[in-house]
Design a protein around this ligand. Structure first.
Ligand SMILES: [Zn+2]
Length: 89
């Protein structure tokens, strides 16, 4: 990590390939926005949960999602994924 990188270490910046896989997961799970019921999301960064919260599975990640419905009043949400779902490793 470079000296100019001010992101927190537990944040994982996802590639477009990762994001496309996450969007596949969202479609597969039929996830919807808890506020407006929208099905379209943009994918943000991932946060590793297993490190922060002992009650979580050791390979759990939370991925930030933003509902793309322009009329949604609370578009920020997230999806929990395992490492294999997230990174396909
Ligand atoms: Zn929404």
């Amino acid at each position: 990590m470079s000296a100019t990188d001010t992101r927190r270490q537990e944040i994982i910046v996802l590639t477009d390939e990762h994001k496309n896989r996450i969007l596949d997961q969202i479609r597969h799970r039929k996830e919807t926005c808890p506020h407006c019921g929208g099905k379209q999301f943009s994918v943000g960064d991932a946060l590793y949960l297993g490190f922060l919260f002992r009650s979580e599975d050791s390979d759990a990640y939370m991925v930030g999602l933003t509902c793309t419905n322009p009329t949604c009043l609370a578009p920020r949400t997230g999806i929990r994924l395992s490492r294999s779902e997230l990174l396909n490793t």
